[in-house]
Design a protein around this ligand. Structure first.
Ligand SMILES: Cc1cc2nc3c(=O)[nH]c(=O)nc-3n(C[C@H](O)[C@H](O)[C@H](O)COP(=O)(O)O)c2cc1C
Length: 291
């Protein structure tokens, strides 16, 4: 159950790479664990497997093997997300883990999606990864260090972490040729803005959305092969698409615009874009909004 202000939390979330020397106490940890246990499956119907890994009891040698190449400092808790290697599973991981990350943000915790800069094999051992499973991403979870280090500022500067592409580059109308203005988005303006604010691998923002009529939104991925195919079977940009879907769905529901996902490619010709899914308003669901 979403028990936090979705828009405010999406605005608050940012990648935290330096953590304070302060344990996450049992009450906060239990609240997060309960939330993780209730998360279920994503829009494609697959259920990611999550494990909260507490590094506190580990010995120094074991800790050293669980590295993040210096990208993350001071975190004692990590959340690991494993999937079965099947259609839609990366999107579902993006969808479910982003939902959990927003819950953690609402509790004041810091997180950082990690798809590349962690020792995958060592973390895979900790979650007992099965042969048909992948470990596409993990996140540290902890209290953010108040003073941002020079190294962190440097990563944020290089990646342009705060920057997002303009509306005109992400959102289109009709057949996918013309940009959709904020005014034309009508009551979906905040919903699309929530997608635009989302995190993505190397901040590439591969999401492209076509508004079809008044209440249908087709989600496409503008794939960057270097980023999406570099790690064997892991697809970081398909995760980005799931993150966009989670921001869209959570904000739409919060605004009283319930709907659901269908996976049926529309007949538009969109060179260079891969179809992922379509959100359709479903007024019949209105009764359950706010549950
Ligand atoms: C799927 C995914 C994988 C990512 N992998 C890494 C990573 O390996 N290392 C890292 O430092 N940041 C990683 N990031 C964080 C992005 O760099 C970050 O989200 C982006 O620059 C936007 O910044 P923000 O999260 O502060 O808004 C990843 C983000 C996503 C969504």
């Amino acid at each position: 159950m979403i028990d936090f202000n979705v828009m405010e939390t999406i605005k608050l979330r940012k990648s935290v790479r330096r953590y304070a020397d302060k344990t996450v106490g049992d009450s906060v940890k239990n609240e997060l664990t309960d939330y993780i246990q209730g998360i279920g499956s994503g829009p494609f119907g697959t259920t990611p497997r999550f494990q909260l890994l507490d590094l506190e009891p580990l010995k120094n040698k074991e800790l050293r093997s669980l590295g993040t190449y210096g990208f993350i400092r001071g975190a004692r808790l990590y959340l690991l997300g494993a999937i079965d290697d099947q259609q839609g599973a990366h999107e579902d991981l993006g969808f479910c883990l982003e939902n959990i990350i927003l819950k953690a943000t609402s509790l004041g915790l810091g997180t950082c999606w990690l798809g590349g800069t962690f020792k995958r094999a060592a973390f895979a051992n900790r979650i007992n990864l099965a042969s048909n499973e992948l470990l596409p991403a993990i996140t540290p979870v902890g209290w953010p260090e108040e003073k941002i280090s020079t190294a962190d500022s440097l990563i944020r500067f290089i990646e342009g972490s705060k920057k997002r592409k303009p509306w005109s580059a992400l959102f289109l109308k009709g057949d996918g040729d013309t940009a959709l203005s904020e005014a034309e988005a009508n009551e979906y303006k905040d919903v699309l803005e929530a997608v635009r604010m989302g995190p993505s691998a190397s901040n590439r923002q591969p999401w492209r959305i076509i508004k079809d009529g008044s209440d249908k939104f087709h989600f496409y991925m503008k794939e960057n092969i270097m980023i999406n195919r570099i790690i064997s079977k892991v697809r970081l940009q398909n995760i980005d698409m799931g993150i966009a879907m989670s921001h869209f769905e959570m904000t739409a529901r919060a605004k009283g615009l319930p709907g659901g996902w269908i996976m049926k490619e529309p007949p538009f010709i969109c060179p260079g874009l891969k179809y992922i899914a379509t959100w359709t308003l479903n007024k019949k669901l209105k009764a359950v909004v706010g549950d």
